[in-house]
Structure formats: structure tokens, C-alpha cells
Design a protein around this ligand. Structure first.
Ligand SMILES: [Zn+2]
Length: 427
């Protein structure tokens, strides 16, 4: 029979169709009887044994290999053995090439469809994926970011800590939670710690403690995104308070969502929206005041020079009315609490790139696409080790000391990761 298996040490002898599978019957090629592994005496044939293994699919159907192997017995010590076949993963009842094929695909496909295609149990696929992730964890290393972003993304039932490379827009690492217990070991074990120059994050206070002792050259900067978001939240509180005071006729006059009109930056309003905003300003003068404070706060970030930004903030704070706009007062307080790190923005490269916000939005999109039916561990691996996304931005460089070439990887490129997720490739 034609050797359709191409596996060393066995030859196919028959083929039959079973329920949703192709069964290949194969026999181990027999050589000379082996020596007893216990007492080195020659062994004798002692019947055969047949076992079934899953193999790579054929004709889009799962394949089951029924392999019949000779057994041998030692007359002296009574030991019996079945010679091993190197292409088998005995533990998984599958050929190694099938396990390899599953490793290639399991982070880009659902476990259920892989189980269906191969005839293996879903749990076996899971266990293969689990081992693969362990290997990846040990062997894949990404370049330590010079500009590091640290934030939280809601994923697999919790707020996960994502660490990004803001210079290249790649995902660098993901931690189960953003706590001292998770961050400290991460910073402690980070290779090339001295490379990190900037750490860009939000106003989470314990953060400073967890990194400052480990990253000797890093400065903390609080990203604009988180600071201005507080101005929008403060405005929202005012809007909710005043919107309720409008009567039915007045509401009809506005036509559009007051929320969106007031949250949008004026430059992004269409002429019709700008007109509607003007109507709101007339109807609710108190909201107009709050709106102007929101806009003035955003404009602090339009200042090109740090000192000018500091002065703009001071002027903004000084014009806040004393007993009103509580949320804007607490915003001012927060700015004072993080003054140095907020205004470090003007010294940092985060000001030039928008990578922080883009990366965060990108990862949130990816998270929204996934997250059903997988554990955190699997989702993390699907994001962090997605093969195609890892190729973008990575390359080869010449090592300084040895002169040899060295592969450099930055981690999965976030916009590429979003593309893959949106086409269903991370499901
Ligand atoms: Zn023996």
C-alpha cells in the first residue's frame, strides 16, 4: 500500500471510513528483538498490542491511527516491553506532528473548532495550549520599552494591567491585576531596566512606589488622556444636574444629545451641532459656565511650553467660582496632588505621540472582541503571542559585542492586533 502516512517505523496496511473520521490501520516495522532493559538478555516476541492515536486531518476529516506493535518479553526477569515510536505523543494519544499543528493554530482559533477538526477532546486541546503558553513564557522575550505605558483594560472578568511600548505602539506585557503584588515582581525581573526613560500612566498613586526603586532612569508622567477625562466627568455631573430642569418644549428645541454636544471639542462640531450647542447655552446658562471651564481646562494642554501650561492652570483655578462646580474644584485638587507628574507631560515624548491613547483604545477594542469563554490566561496569550502581529516592527540587528545578528521583537503591534481581532482572527 502507498505510504500515505510518511511516519518512520510504521507502514499503513488498511484504510476505512468511520463515523466522521478516517481510520488508518498501520503496523510497526519489525526489526531484531531488543535486549532486555533490565538485565540486557535478548527478548522474545510476546504477541502484539494495538493502540489508537489521533493524527493530522486528511480530506478535511479527523484521522485515527490504529497502530499495531509487537511486544517483547524477557524470559529471565519476566519484563515485557512495547518499543516506542518516536513520532508519538503517548500521553496525549496523538502524533507529535498533530500536537505541533495544534500549537501552530490554538492561539488563533477556538478550541472547539480545533477539537472538531482533529477528533481530539477539547480538554486535550486546552492542555496542549497550556503547555505551549508555558513554553512561550520561557522563550519569548520582547525589547524593554524606552517609553513605557501602563494602564488597565477590562478583560476576562477583571481590570488587567497592560504594559505597552509607546515608541513602537506594541504590547509588551500583561499582568493579571494592577497591584503592588503583581507590579513589583514585574519591575524587579525586568531585563534592561536602565533602558526605561519614561513611564506613562494614570493617577494611580501606589504606582510610584512600585516602580521608582527598580527603574533607575525612569521618570513618571501622567498622560493627558486621564487628566482631561476628569474635566469631562466634572462637566457630566453638571449636565445631569441641569438637564433635568428643562421642560418638554425646551428639550425638543435642542433636538440633539446634550451629552454629546457638550463633551465634544468645539472644533469637532458640525455647523448644525454648533448651533444646537448655542441653544443649550441660552437655555441653561449654568451649564454654559461649566462647559467653558471644561474647554478652558482642555486648552491647558494646547500650551506648547510647560511654564505657560502651569500658568494657564493657575489662571483656570483662580477663576473657578468659590461655592460652585465642586467637581472642578476636586479636579484642581487632583492636579495639585500630582502636579509634578502631570506637568512632566511637557518634558516627555508622550506629548508628541498619541500612542498612549491609541494603544489603550486599541487594546480595549481587542478585549471587547474576545473575552467570552476563555480564561484570562488564554486571552492574555492570544493577545501577547499573536504571531502575525508580532512580526510588525520587529527585525534583526547586529549585536554590539559579538557582531552577530540577533532577532529583536517588540511584542504584538497594537493596530495590527486590532485588525486581526476585528477580522475574527483571535477568536
Ligand atoms: Zn530481563
Amino acid at each position: 500500500m502507498f505510504d500515505l502516512l510518511n511516519l518512520p517505523g510504521v507502514r499503513p496496511v488498511d484504510l476505512r471510513a468511520a463515523n466522521k473520521a478516517i481510520v488508518v490501520i498501520a503496523e510497526a516495522v519489525e526489526g531484531d528483538p531488543p535486549q532486555c532493559p533490565e538485565c540486557t538478555k535478548p527478548m522474545y516476541r510476546h504477541g502484539r498490542r494495538t493502540n489508537t492515536f489521533a493524527d493530522t486531518p486528511m480530506q478535511m476529516q479527523p484521522v485515527r491511527l490504529e497502530i499495531s506493535r509487537p511486544r517483547y518479553r524477557c524470559d529471565v526477569c519476566g519484563k515485557t516491553i512495547t518499543p516506542e515510536l518516536t513520532f508519538l505523543d503517548e500521553h496525549r494519544r496523538a502524533t507529535r506532528r498533530l500536537v505541533d499543528a495544534i500549537c501552530e493554530r490554538c492561539l488563533g482559533m477556538t478550541f472547539h473548532s480545533l477539537a472538531e477538526q482533529t477528533g481530539l477532546a477539547v480538554n486535550t486541546i486546552k492542555s496542549i495550549a497550556h503547555d505551549l503558553i508555558g513554553d512561550l513564557e520561557r522563550t519569548v522575550h520582547y525589547e524593554t520599552p524606552v517609553i513605557m505605558g501602563i494602564d488597565e483594560v477590562n478583560l476576562a472578568g477583571g481590570m488587567r494591567c497592560v504594559i505597552t511600548n509607546l515608541a513602537t505602539n506594541n504590547a509588551f506585557q500583561m499582568l493579571e491585576f494592577r497591584t503592588q503584588e503583581h507590579l513589583k515582581p514585574f519591575f524587579k525581573n525586568l531585563p534592561d531596566k536602565e533602558k526605561v526613560e519614561w513611564v506613562c500612566t494614570d493617577m494611580w498613586r501606589p504606582f510610584k512606589r512600585s516602580f521608582s526603586q527598580y527603574l533607575p532612569n525612569a521618570r513618571l508622567v501622567i498622560d493627558k488622556f486621564h487628566v482631561v477625562a476628569m474635566a469631562s466627568e466634572a462637566l457630566e455631573t453638571e449636565r445631569k444636574k441641569y438637564q433635568a430642569t428643562l421642560d418638554k418644549d425646551e428639550r425638543v428645541k435642542v433636538k440633539k444629545s446634550i451629552r454629546w454636544l457638550t463633551l465634544k471639542r468645539p472644533k469637532n462640531l458640525s455647523p448644525a451641532e454648533a448651533e444646537a450647542l448655542e441653544v443649550i447655552r441660552q437655555l441653561i446658562p449654568n451649564l454654559a459656565v461649566a462647559y467653558d471651564f471644561k474647554e478652558a481646562f482642555y486648552r491647558i494642554y494646547d500650551e506648547p511650553i510647560k511654564e505657560a501650561a502651569m500658568r494657564a492652570f493657575e489662571a483656570w483655578e483662580n477663576t473657578l467660582p468659590d461655592d460652585e462646580l465642586d467637581n472642578f474644584h476636586s479636579l484642581a485638587k487632583t492636579v495639585h496632588n500630582h502636579y509634578e507628574d502631570i506637568f512632566a507631560y511637557w518634558d516627555s515624548p508622550c506629548r508628541i505621540t498619541n500612542a498612549y491613547t491609541e494603544g489603550l483604545n486599541g487594546l480595549t477594542k481587542v478585549a471587547n472582541r474576545m473575552g467570552r469563554g476563555y480564561s484570562y490566561e488564554i486571552i492574555r496569550a492570544k493577545m501577547l503571542y499573536a504571531k502575525y502581529a508580532r512580526k510588525v516592527g520587529s527585525g534583526v540587528r547586529i549585536a554590539e559585542k559579538t557582531g552577530g545578528s540577533q532577532t529583536v521583537e517588540y511584542g504584538p503591534h497594537i493596530p495590527t492586533l486590532v485588525e486581526i481581532a476585528e477580522s475574527g482572527g483571535l477568536d
